[in-house]
Ligand binder design. Structure first.
Ligand SMILES: Cc1cc2nc3c(=O)[nH]c(=O)nc-3n(C[C@H](O)[C@H](O)[C@H](O)COP(=O)(O)OP(=O)(O)OC[C@H]3O[C@@H](n4cnc5c(N)ncnc54)[C@H](O)[C@@H]3O)c2cc1C
Length: 488
């Protein structure tokens, strides 16, 4: 694995749990000390639940309360209010966090698997595929250059990915490149700032305030034409940027940096034994807080497919479904990010006035109700809830339903599989959970299902009404299974 950031460390855990030897290389000697991401959603918390890092992380997390979007007059034009918790996936819909905490927790969790080895302070200098279809990774560490052979090399090496470059892959560019100043502040006591994220959609200077956990707060200030980039992060200028919110000297500046947010998607995510994931495969602005989340989803999608291929259960071509599924999801998020960015980053006063008029046309701020997108590809069926995460009810004693599903495929419901379906489910190692918890009955009724096939990444493969429909729904996965994997 090239890169041991959040994407790489998530994948290392998921592969380690399945018993695979993972060598993870990172040029940095420790986790990156400054946060970039500040938000993750309920789907990612559910993944942390699977990786068993919720307990060490919980004290350092705060629940997302909402987001207010204000116009130049300070009037609310759009609003997102977090719904009651837990949400359908068994957790609050979002969390604010301190990225180094999550990266440390992921790395500590990976230590449980002796076959996962982190090589820190080691630069990867080359990544290649051999004619036989294996990967060769060349590294440079304290002991000099070394060559490593592996069945697969996954490039989780961030925006300037060496793996992506080695694959000769170009980036699809949505053409949105906006520089912002990112300021992370630490206060000695509660600064009394809002408990929700605030987008100041002021065409004179779009800005963002983010309540991070504890006494940390983030401000993001959009750079405008004519700004002097060289002095934009000087202490004096920071005091000027922040004077409308906080007094100079009342905070310590933990980090001040200019980031240019891009909207990019790699044209190809896999080439033989070389695969890319996370920022190496896609980049998006932080308006939805989904970049790190997307890398974690890549890891969850890739892990079970790699496991099946390495085990010899599935043909390597199943890895092509990784890009089909994940790219569709990522592109929808990027396009939504661009839409939101368009609202926030408006600098034309006339356009901003029209935006405000439309947003307030019902006499109240427009309510934002984010709807997570479905994954793409042709592995999953096309029912109304397929391709999306399966809900996770929480029992009265606090037990979450995923504990019943295990870490692999599961068939939930009263449906009796045919002989054919049974063979496929056995090859997938699926667990049958015949009892539908009361909290899921309305979900089953709404989709008219008696059975649901849930994938290891908790995505609904198919919700089916009868035995024939189950046979049909399993056919796309069965297509990738090697004949030897199926009991005769
Ligand atoms: C200001 C800002 C705010 C953000 N807010 C959010 C948010 O709220 N929510 C969210 O989900 N996302 C957010 N993001 C995005 C998020 O930070 C990234 O998507 C995420 O960190 C990407 O993780 P990654 O593991 O794919 O890559 P990275 O975090 O970039 O990790 C890549 C790793 O690979 C290593 N590496 C690279 N090349 C080599 C090499 N040749 N040899 C050895 N090691 C190598 C690097 O040292 C690094 O450790 C934000 C980003 C920014 C900039």
């Amino acid at each position: 694995m090239i890169g041991y950031g959040p994407t790489g460390a998530t994948l290392a855990n998921l592969l380690g749990a399945r018993g695979w030897r993972v060598d993870a290389f990172d040029r940095a000697p420790d986790v990156y000390a400054q946060p970039r991401a500040v938000h993750f959603d309920d789907e990612i918390m559910r993944l942390w639940q699977q990786l068993d890092i919720v307990q060490p992380l919980s004290p350092a997390l705060t629940e997302v309360r909402g987001m207010d979007m204000l116009n130049a007059d300070g009037q609310m034009i759009f609003q997102y209010t977090a719904p009651p918790s837990p949400g359908p996936l068994g957790w609050p819909l979002g969390f604010m966090f301190y990225q180094p905490d999550v990266e440390r927790a992921l790395r500590a969790a990976a230590l449980r698997y002796p076959a996962v080895r982190a090589h820190l302070g080691v630069e990867v200098t080359a990544v290649e595929a051999t004619p036989e279809g294996n990967a060769v990774v060349t590294t440079l560490g304290a002991g000099g250059p070394e060559e490593w052979r592996a069945r697969v090399a996954v490039g989780c090496c961030g925006a300037r990915s060496l793996t992506r470059a080695s694959m000769g892959v170009s980036l699809f560019d949505y053409g949105a490149h906006q520089p912002w100043i990112v300021l992370d502040l630490l206060f000695p006591t509660d600064p009394g700032l809002p408990a929700v994220t605030v987008q100041y959609c002021d065409p004179r200077r779009p800005s963002t305030y983010v309540p991070m956990p504890g006494l940390r707060r983030r401000f993001e200030i959009m750079l405008m034409p004519g700004d002097d980039v060289a002095t934009a992060t000087s202490e004096a200028q920071i005091a000027r940027w922040l004077e409308r919110w906080v007094a100079p000297g009342s905070y310590t500046i933990e980090r001040a940096a200019v980031y240019t947010f891009h909207c990019l998607v790699a044209e190809r995510w896999r080439q033989g034994p070389l695969v890319i994931a996370g920022d190496a495969a896609h980049q998006m602005p932080p308006f939805l807080g989904q970049g790190l989340c997307s890398g974690a989803r890549d890891a969850a999608n890739l892990a079970w497919k790699l496991d099946m291929v390495l085990r010899g259960t599935a043909d390597a071509s199943v890895l092509d479904t990784y890009q089909e599924e994940r790219e569709a999801h990522v592109r929808t998020l990027i396009e939504t990010d661009m839409y939101l960015g368009g609202i926030i980053q408006t600098t034309d006063p006339a356009v901003a006035r029209e935006r405000d008029r439309l947003a307030l046309s019902n006499g109240a701020p427009t309510s934002l109700t984010p709807e997570p997108p479905p994954i793409g590809g042709s592995l999953c069926s096309n029912g109304p809830r397929d391709r999306r995460p399966f809900p996770q009810p929480v029992a009265a004693d606090g037990t979450r339903f995923d504990a019943s599903l295990g870490d692999g495929f599961a068939l939930v419901g009263t449906i009796a599989p045919s002989m054919k379906a049974t063979r496929v489910l056995e090859a997938l190692g699926a667990r049958h959970v015949p009892t539908i918890p009361d909290a899921l009955r309305s979900w089953f009724e709404e989709v008219g299902a008696r059975g649901v096939v849930v994938r290891p990444d908790r995505v609904v493969l198919a919700a089916v009404a009868d035995t024939n429909a189950l046979d049909h729904a399993l056919a796309p996965v069965a297509h990738y299974l090697k004949p030897g994997a199926l009991r005769s």
